[in-house]
Design a protein around this ligand. Sequence first.
Ligand code: HEM
Length: 462
Amino acid sequence: MTTTVVYPPRPSVDRSRLPPGPRELPVIGQTLRYLRDPIGFMQEAAAYGDLVTMSVKPALLLLVNHPDLVRDIVITHHQQVGRSPNSEVLRYAMGDGLVTANGTDHLRQRRLIQPPFHRSRIQGYGAVMQQFAAQHPRRWQDGQAVDMAQEMSALTLRIVVKTLFGLELPDDARRIGAAFELINNYLVTRVNQPPRLRKLLHALPAPYTLRFKRARARLDAIIFNLIAQRRAAPTQDDDLLSLLLLSRLEDDSGDSQLLTDQQVRDQTITLFAAGHETTAVCLTWTWYLLSMNPEIQRRFHAELDAVLGNRPPSLDDLPSLDFTDRILTESLRLYPPIWFWSRMAFQPLQLNGYEIPPGALLAAPQLIVQRDARWFPEPLEFQPDRWTPEFRESLPRFAYYPFGGGPRQCIGEAFARMEAKLILATLGQRWRVHHDPRHRASMLPLISLRPKNGMPMYLERR
Ligand code: HEM
């Protein structure tokens, strides 16, 4: 059974009582401009101030462009806002998991999922991450051309399939990955459609929709089968699926129950969907930035050589890899894998002196705020050295939020950072990367911030 959320309708508000924004065209506002180039449009809109009205139909959409206002949404007013109607698309795949939940349901689910993601728990996954990263380049050769986006996706897929489901055969990862890719492509095409049109298209038996539903059925069959096996013969494994099968969810009366198969399925698909592509995208952009900044790549290698010598990195080495950490932090600033999120006001709230009515959408794009020269001098430059302790201290809390914040902060942050750092260190120890000069890297702002046309690179053995 899927939860039905009742969203407030689009409010009708006197334009003069809303924040300024780009000029509106009759009827369509700026909708086409937004759909054609959302990043360019938001960059232009940001020039109108810290809170900007964007006339993107049929919504009333406000761009939030100041760290204090981001904080107001994710912390101060978090009870007055919820997921936007666009998140219904995620429900097609994730069902009623943590990402799509609202209000007290979200709080209960959060309490359920938090313990398996505790820092001490996920440490155990470090060995899997390092081992799979070390095995990955067996197919790589000196001078070889690769698509780094595909390479990172394949590697992080194997890691997530092992840590989430306890499966380690490459074929298992391929089957799950292939089904999920079809699902993801479908969600991406549906996410920007107006809710009513989307609902209609999703209900029609068009070939594209049927392909999605078949892929989802294949993925469900794999997961329900695994759940049945684990329930019949519980293991001592510490994969996330096993931990979820032991977890208890509170109900309204305060009692707690083991999860049903459907609930376990929804949470595992949610974690898979939220954790796989984001980490792959983060690594892809990081290799790109290293390749475009040879001096930084040289210093990255020098740190790995000094700290690790010839031995493979382990969890204990991570605190000593300070420059690698800054590289990752700066890469997440320039290319935040979740580049944008929005919330819908469910109740009236005050923001920057304006009365925000229920039904308004508030968009707080990391990609815009994290490239703002007010907080980051030379914002488009890749400067890992900017991340000194003093700089971090001086930065407003929500000038940098690649993992979000408040009660909905990314639950997988420590997992993702550990994975990304271990992969960078393990591969960087042996390989230097060069971006293919014939390729012009550009951003494809879908649900995550993929590079357009992959990321062709050449590998050089060190
Ligand atoms: C570099 C990698 C990652 C990035 C940049 C990232 C980013 C984010 C962001 C920005 C949010 C908040 C979205 C919002 O407020 O609407 C989020 C939420 C979430 N992330 Fe991540 N994430 C990453 C990796 C992961 C991993 C590895 C997992 C799990 C294995 C994960 C699981 C989740 C879940 C379940 C949520 C929803 C939390 C909630 O609503 O309470 N993420 N992530």
